[in-house]
Design a protein around this ligand. Structure first.
Ligand SMILES: CC(C)(COP(=O)(O)OP(=O)(O)OC[C@H]1O[C@@H](n2cnc3c(N)ncnc32)[C@H](O)[C@@H]1OP(=O)(O)O)[C@@H](O)C(=O)NCCC(=O)NCCS
Length: 250
């Protein structure tokens, strides 16, 4: 089963009975489309904070503006179910490096990614989490990028898949890094070629090995997400003892 990307609906408002809990060993993952109907945009916009509305207003392209509104209102809608508070009332702050967090609900950890009209949100309990989504672009010279940015072991991983899998494997190594560094809150930290990605035979469980993997915390666990053809995404979280649960947005 692959993760769904239906548009969210913002008309129903918040109901207190919506409270959802995530257990300590699970990471809840939601996908949704950022392409929402015109009528939904103004309803979604009402959920945003003043700062988010200002960010949206700065976007010149109308479709980017609408997608920003959909992504951030969607984030608020989903988080409100875990916090038991109305979406517009949630205080979302950012760390020095930009990672958003909920100061009033410290156990609810989350991360957002958006790409080409789609968004994914991961929610965890008391465990830092990061998520990344990328769309495969066949025109991109991924071997050239890998040689420039990734490690020799990543290049071997990418090339061993055969030419038909180069883009997918490059993005697997890439989203794994993004997810790990987003979980850590640092964002991508260059250079990237000292680390490498390993994928277990099942094709889902991965590990990002930092340096030679010998230091404390140098092995980070990643799960690749089941997505439609043409998309690659990953979740990373602290520790190893966690599972991804695909959740329905409705
Ligand atoms: C911040 C960063 C992780 C975003 O990654 P991306 O693939 O462009 O975008 P994604 O859609 O996956 O993620 C964006 C979301 O991640 C979240 N985010 C932002 N900073 C974050 C951080 N430091 N850690 C975790 N999450 C972060 C936000 O929710 C953001 O959404 P918003 O911009 O709509 O508010 C990425 O730009 C980065 O690594 N930046 C730092 C390194 C850098 O800028 N290098 C420049 C070249 S050297």
């Amino acid at each position: 089963m692959s993760l769904g990307f239906q548009p969210l609906r913002f008309g129903e408002g918040f109901q207190r009975t919506d409270l959802v809990t995530v257990s300590a060993g699970d990471i809840h993952v939601y996908g949704f489309s950022l392409d929402i109907a015109e009528a939904e945009v103004s309803r979604a916009s009402r959920i945003l904070s003043d700062e988010e509305r200002t960010r949206a207003d700065c976007l010149v392209s109308e479709s980017h503006r609408h997608q920003f509104v959909a992504g951030h209102a969607g984030l608020r809608l989903i988080l409100s179910r875990y916090c038991g508070a109305p979406p517009h009332g949630l205080a979302i702050q950012k760390s020095v490096k930009g990672k958003p967090f909920l100061p009033n609900y410290p156990l609810v950890r989350f991360n957002l990614t958006h790409s080409h009209g789609r968004a994914i949100i991961a929610v965890a309990k008391d465990r830092e989490v990061g998520v990344d989504l990328e769309k495969i672009r066949p025109e991109v010279d991924v071997l050239g990028l890998a040689k420039r940015f990734l490690s020799d072991r990543d290049i071997t991983f990418i090339e061993s898949g055969g030419p038909g899998q180069h883009h997918q494997r490059f993005l697997q190594a890439w989203v794994a890094r993004e997810a790990v560094f987003k979980a850590a809150g640092t964002g991508l930290t260059f250079p990237l070629h000292g680390d490498h990605f390993e994928l277990a035979s099942r094709g889902v469980d991965g590990r990002l090995i930092l340096g030679d993997g010998k230091a404390d915390g140098a092995i980070r666990f990643v799960r690749l997400l089941p997505l439609d053809l043409g998309w690659v995404g990953a979740v990373a979280a602290d520790g190893q003892d966690w599972n991804v649960v695909l959740c329905n947005t409705s």
